[in-house]
Design a protein around this ligand. Sequence first.
Ligand SMILES: Cc1cc2nc3c(=O)[nH]c(=O)nc-3n(C[C@H](O)[C@H](O)[C@H](O)COP(=O)(O)OP(=O)(O)OC[C@H]3O[C@@H](n4cnc5c(N)ncnc54)[C@H](O)[C@@H]3O)c2cc1C
Length: 529
Amino acid sequence: MPDVDAIVIGAGHNGLTAGTMLARDGLKILCLEKTNWPGGMASTKELFKGYKHSVGAWAMIVLHQEMIDLLDVEKHGFKTIVPDTSYVVYGEPEDQPFVAYNDPITMANKIAEDHGPDAMRGLFDLFQYLRIYGKIADQERLKAPESIDKLIAEAPDAETREALQRLCYASAMDIIRQFFPDPNKHRTIQGSLAAMSIDGTHMGPYTPGGATSMAFHYTASDAMNVFKLPEGGIGALSEALVRALEAESGEVRYKAQVKRLLIEDGKAVGVELRSGEKITAKVVLSSIDANTTFLKLVGEEHLPFPFTEKVKEIDYRNGYIQVHMTLKEEPEFTGHLAFTNENKMKWLMAYIPSADHVSKCWNEYKNGQIPTDPLAYCYFPSMIDPTVAPPGYHTATLFSHYFPYDTPKDKLREHAGIMADRAIEQFAKYCPNFKDSIVDKLVLTHHYFKTTFGITGGDFSHGLLHPGQMWDSRPVKGASDYRTPIGNLYMCGSACHPGPGVTCVPGYNSARAVMAELAAADSDLVAAQ
Ligand SMILES: Cc1cc2nc3c(=O)[nH]c(=O)nc-3n(C[C@H](O)[C@H](O)[C@H](O)COP(=O)(O)OP(=O)(O)OC[C@H]3O[C@@H](n4cnc5c(N)ncnc54)[C@H](O)[C@@H]3O)c2cc1C
């Protein structure tokens, strides 16, 4: 008799989602987590006494209300904050800042007012165009995906087929230029679009295939381009999921790193922890990336050729920094950004002057250089969520893409510090009290995420958002249905369809695949009796 019905490796939000679903189905669940807190790359941590920081993910950009409802996490204390605006993207004083209002009517009116009717039209038409991709993404979201090429071929007409083809394989700039033909107009809007398209890629805005990430990011949520926050930081979701799991008699064990899978006759029968303890189970679900799961925990000797070769080819090159700070006073923006002090608009400021600026940073990164003027997002969650800082004080977190991926270990701290200072400078330029208000500062890089959460390359996507790594090629072609070549072993994290971000979807889909398989096995047993 196995010790438990199912072991889930990793208590990130996807592992916990899978565990909760299976526990609700009556299974005895044990979730094993390497660190001593839940949430993985979407955790809330007290990095500085008295403050809460979202480590890793910080905004709910791709989470559907449907998942919140399906998992019933609000019953377990999860609360969403929806600000009036999602972000302000700015450049130099001659560049009109781009404010993303969450109410679509206000957004349309303000864009027309601030940027002109052509910008409003361009953005509206672009979002309509992206919805062509969104429609099939929605159709495929809660199931094992079809091949994207099959879906394109089956599209109802030539126009849709061409749009889908472009949204999967063109560069982000090909798409952006279709709606914003003049590179010198509406620069901050174009910059904002280009920056979204490089997230989770090893690409620049002009790299073919970059449109995939753009289409993914704008259509993965139920509300296009709306950033929300969980009260108490991003880890609040996983904390609610832990409560949900425990309410069904499931268990999360921390400081329980899985060293290897126990495999008998091509089937997973349990795991061995780093401590040497062995735990057996009917099924094992892994929420960690494919490279680590298969090449480190399973071992090539158990896997068929060419599966292992495909796993080795997954691209995980994703360099970035995340800087967590505490502030002794509220940042006050001046000059062309003074208006952001009203209505808490400044809660998320992004320095992205233009699409070509993003491209310049990409080219420096590609050549192994720290970007001279890094594009960066800086957000101040305490302005809209007072639970994360003591009264009168604030939290700030800065995120910047393109920290040279191959920075040698002995240079990581120094180079990350240089990049953080350069990025902070871009905010301080129009926020004179920013630098002096910083009390504490901690600079993290992809290397931190790699070592802390055991994720290959520190890639927060668990496999980049490249065209050859999405849909039925995620994690690799032939293994996109959450099952693996090892019997009773399933994948349940961001490495699977539909991909990264705080969505809960891979965990949810994987749990359903496990339930279906266990139900089929039970009915086979009954039939045989
Ligand atoms: C800097 C940064 C910014 C981001 N910003 C956003 C954002 O704003 N919005 C958004 O939606 N997404 C964002 N993301 C992406 C998002 O955080 C991830 O896609 C998501 O959290 C992945 O969730 P997961 O549960 O699939 O995997 P993970 O969070 O990686 O969870 C895997 C878990 O497994 C554990 N583990 C690993 N190895 C073992 C082992 N051998 N034994 C036991 N346990 C193990 C890890 O400790 C971890 O807890 C960001 C990520 C980063 C790093």
